[in-house]
Design a protein around this ligand. Structure first.
Ligand SMILES: [Zn+2]
Length: 182
């Protein structure tokens, strides 16, 4: 007696992106402005990802940190931001992009001291020369991506995503392929 249904099911699952419902929920809570609940969801996702040594762990901590700061819990938030950036240390390009964004966001929240602390820390982590890049990178014409990932609902930043081919990017949150409009 062979369980054919199981094989078909397994194959179908393998072709669909594996999007955790909690990730979708976390993005929804963040978009709805429910920051304490979003923070809890992103913290849970980040801890789970860290245990499994997933590559997206750093940005889950960053998002948990943003949510805590928006919820008014600045100390916890900054701790998450530092942890998230620390987990990106092996990827200088990613670290630089994420670090600059975090510094700007902290300034926008009036957290100048925290912004300076993270900017100083970044200087010690980034390879020499990364910081003095200056000027805009050569503008290669990229197709337009949707604002949010159709699979998980996460915000898509065209500057940050990895491109799988000319018109397909990989969601930074769930890894789903995202097709650009041409
Ligand atoms: Zn996604």
């Amino acid at each position: 007696m062979f369980r054919r249904g199981f094989r078909r099911g397994a194959m179908r699952r393998a072709m669909q992106p594996n999007v955790p419902p909690l990730l979708q929920r976390a993005h929804e809570l963040m978009a709805a402005g429910n920051y304490p609940a979003a923070a809890e969801a992103f913290e849970q996702l980040a801890r789970g990802a860290e245990t499994r040594q997933r590559p997206k762990t750093g940005q889950l901590y960053l998002q948990a940190g943003r949510a805590r700061i928006l919820a008014g819990q600045k100390n916890v938030g900054v701790a998450h931001l530092k942890r998230g950036l620390g987990l990106m240390a092996a990827r200088p390009v990613q670290l630089q992009r994420a670090g600059e964004r975090v510094v700007n966001e902290l300034k926008d929240h009036g957290m100048a001291a925290e912004a300076q602390e993270i900017a100083d820390w970044l200087k010690t982590r980034l390879p020499v020369g990364t910081e003095a890049r200056g000027g805009a990178p050569v503008a290669s014409k990229k197709p337009i991506l949707p604002a949010t990932c159709p699979a998980c609902g996460g915000v898509v930043r065209a500057d940050d995503v990895d491109w799988l081919d000319e018109i397909t990017a990989e969601c930074d949150w769930c890894g789903s392929p995202i097709r650009a409009s041409e």
